[in-house]
Design a protein around this ligand. Structure first.
Ligand SMILES: Nc1nc2c(ncn2[C@@H]2O[C@H](COP(=O)(O)OP(=O)(O)OP(=O)(O)O)[C@@H](O)[C@H]2O)c(=O)[nH]1
Length: 674
């Protein structure tokens, strides 16, 4: 601390001297050590780059790691994370009070429309606080702190974003609604933070609500997570009540980031997105060392080297600083051509130095797969282009190209992997809103494993990839499962148990959080929850159930491919893989739905559901009869007969080669059945 203090005092004169040498190249691998050298590094860095705007004038030398706090806000959906983030940004003057844009960090149009957070967002704030023993010069004045706040999504599909954000933090505010109490994602997020060794500050929010019962919530937090009632903060992000205690708790309870200020640069790549003007922007956490504009950096995973073109904070908009220091979270622009070069979880370091790579993250697991087709059936190129652009900003979507028959034509189709159904839905909505493309997506499927008689095992994400007559050759099949957490008011236990057993679930745990709420853990086949499980759970519990899942192991299951045939031709986009026990019922439902949504056409349409060569359901839509005799007034009967014969012939041909018009609605309805 003493050397830091001395270094701070001599900073002004150093700055003056170093300005004279600012043109000298600074070698980041210089053998400097100790806090005063760290200050020297900072000073050199600041002096060697012209200031680019007013915000760059932030004097970073005031923020060694002990003056930095990195924290996340985690919670169940709608418990008030984004609103709390707004209030903290206002409190610290980062955004103006009454900026007229609630949930400031929710920037995407879909986030605003749906009122959910989809992407984690970081904001750097500055706050003065008198922390005992933190003064560098022994004075009793409040000290400046730099706080990096990461707002995270609450929905289960985006928990991957949460675990990434937590890797850059030392603490988390666990926000719980004062009326709803602990919910499924509260449990999941608590364990994510706990397993990452973060300091957890419980915040009971929405205490302004008439039904708020903070004491009950304190008891829940104690019994479920062993969090002390006296550690809980009580707030209302709406009225501002209790907010004055949040930042002091962050500064006092959360430890500063570890890391060596004078060590070699190591940065964790947290996220990336594509910006029209700047190109690829990487969000990074500097674990050790320091990064300056103009440096050359390399990426461990790709081995590529880049020039650092721009560096800064999110304050909350991108703000150039020219430098990022140990413990800080910010952005870097390096001229990468595509976000594919920015591997999430990768370690970035100064080129030509040797560093130990950082642990990184577990890769995102794609839970749901579906093929995307243009709704008008023609503009495949425009759709491909839009998907390519959007995946640049959502690296968690995987895309593979495959050739498929699309209503009797062969086309290259993008098959995408998503983290869950909401993620898929959000992706579709963004394609429509941001790129003006209208799409049809195939029935979502999950990755199955099939074993063939020759002993080979293949992962099948696409039902079309499984030959229809393959049943004889398939010797075994496995399906992915999830561990689901369900929290419900006690009176709904019965219907929820029934729903889970209908969905082939296996109960693993059943207990009570308090006198009013039950907690259940189930192993469920992923296939059974990807379509409509959550909606049904909500509807049988009057909206009170909360649900979360994590992926688990594969289990053996008797799986078959269910084909849909229109006039004898299989429609790839409608094929699905199902459990044998459910195949018949599902085939019937699919055929009935299709009959309702396909209009009568000039020829008869036969709709069939089949497992291999066995038809399990069939419906017929009769032809619209065109009156070919309309213009024949009276006259010869043989002429009439001839016209009718010709019409019959024509219909036969159309049935054979004709393309059945399937409205988009029919595809959407299919999603709801399977
Ligand atoms: N009464 C009351 N309402 C609040 C409070 N905090 C947030 N809300 C409301 O609760 C709703 C959800 O708030 P958000 O901040 O979007 O919740 P979130 O946790 O960020 O939601 P996701 O991003 O979807 O996970 C909004 O309508 C807020 O206005 C509070 O302290 N009191």
């Amino acid at each position: 601390m003493g050397s830091l203090h001395r270094a701070s005092k001599s900073l002004k004169s150093l700055r003056h001297q170093l300005l004279l040498h600012a043109t000298q190249q600074f070698d980041s691998s210089s053998r400097l050590s100790g806090a005063s050298d760290y200050r020297l590094l900072l000073t050199r860095a600041l002096c060697s780059h012209p200031r680019q705007n007013a915000k760059e004038a932030v004097d970073l030398t005031q923020y060694p790691p002990e003056r930095i706090r990195n924290f996340s806000i985690i919670a169940h959906v709608d418990h008030g994370k984004s609103t709390l983030a707004d209030r903290l940004l206002e409190l610290t003057g980062t955004i103006k009070r009454g900026h007229g844009q609630p949930q400031y960090l929710d920037k995407l149009q879909v986030e605003r429309e749906r009122g959910i957070t989809v992407k984690a967002q970081t904001a750097t704030m500055f706050h003065k606080y008198n922390l005992q023993g933190s003064s560098l010069d022994g004075s009793n004045e409040p000290q400046p702190f730099l706080l990096n706040l990461i707002d995270t999504p609450g929905h289960v599909d985006f928990s991957y974003e949460v675990s990434r954000s937590l890797a850059a933090c030392q603490g988390a505010l666990l926000v719980v609604d004062a009326a709803q109490g602990v919910q499924a994602q509260t449990v999941a997020n608590f364990y994510l933070a706990f397993e990452s060794n973060l300091t957890i500050i419980p915040v009971i929010n929405k205490i302004d609500q008439p039904t708020a019962d903070p004491d009950r919530i304190k008891d829940q937090l104690k019994s479920m997570f062993d969090l002390e009632p006296s550690d809980c903060l009580l707030t209302s992000a709406k009225t501002g009540q209790g907010l004055e205690h949040v930042l002091p708790a962050v500064i006092e309870r959360i430890p500063p980031p570890p890391g060596e200020g004078s060590g070699l640069l190591r940065m964790l790549l947290l996220d990336s997105y594509y910006d029209e003007y700047k190109g690829v922007i990487c969000h990074v956490a500097v674990v050790d060392g320091m990064l300056r504009k103009g440096d050359k950096i390399s990426a461990v995973a790709t081995g590529q080297t880049y020039d650092v073109l721009d560096v800064g904070f999110m304050h909350p908009e991108l703000t150039q600083t020219g430098v990022l220091l140990t413990g800080q979270v910010g952005y870097v622009v390096t001229g990468m051509r595509s976000t594919k070069e920015a591997r999430i979880g990768d370690t970035l370091f100064h080129a030509k130095t040797i560093v130990k790579p950082l642990p990184g993250f577990k890769a995102a697991r794609h839970m749901v797969f579906s093929g995307l087709f243009p709704a008008d059936g023609s503009d495949f190129e425009a759709l491909n282009h839009a998907i390519e652009r959007l995946t640049c900003n959502d690296a968690s979507v995987s895309v593979t190209k495959e050739i498929r028959s699309y209503i009797f034509q062969w086309q290259f189709v993008d098959r995408c992997g998503f983290l869950g159904l909401l993620h898929m839905d959000v992706f579709h909505q963004r394609l429509e809103q941001e790129y003006g493309t209208h799409i049809i997506s195939t029935v979502p499927t999950v990755p199955y494993i099939f074993e063939y008689s020759d002993g080979s095992k293949v992962e099948v994400q696409n039902p079309a990839a499984l030959p229809s007559n393959s049943k004889q050759r398939v010797t075994a099949s496995w399906e992915p499962t999830v561990l689901a957490t369900i929290i419900i008011p006690s009176e709904y236990v019965g219907p929820v148990i029934t729903l889970c057993s209908e969905r082939r679930g296996q109960q693993l745990e059943y207990s009570f959080i308090d006198s009013q709420r039950a907690f259940m853990k189930y192993r469920l086949p992923l296939r059974e929850i990807v379509v409509d499980f959550y909606n049904e759970l909500k509807s049988i519990t009057s909206g009170y159930a909360s649900f979360d899942y994590e992926d688990s192991e594969y289990q053996q299951a008797d799986l078959v491919k269910l084909d849909i045939l229109l006039n004898g031709q299989a429609v790839d986009a409608m094929a699905t893989i199902v459990h044998n026990l459910k195949a018949q019922r599902m085939g019937r439902e699919l055929v009935d739905k299709l009959k309702k949504f396909i209009d009568r056409q000039m020829f008869e349409i036969i709709i069939q559901a089949a497992i291999g060569s066995k038809v399990v359901a069939r419906e017929t839509i009769s032809a619209m009869r065109k009156n070919v005799l309309a213009k024949c007034y009276g006259g010869d009967i043989t002429r009439k007969r001839k016209l009718l014969e010709k019409q019959k012939e024509g219909k036969k041909r159309m049935k054979r080669v004709g393309s059945v018009d399937i409205p988009q609605e029919a595809f959407h309805q299919l999603l709801k059945v399977s």
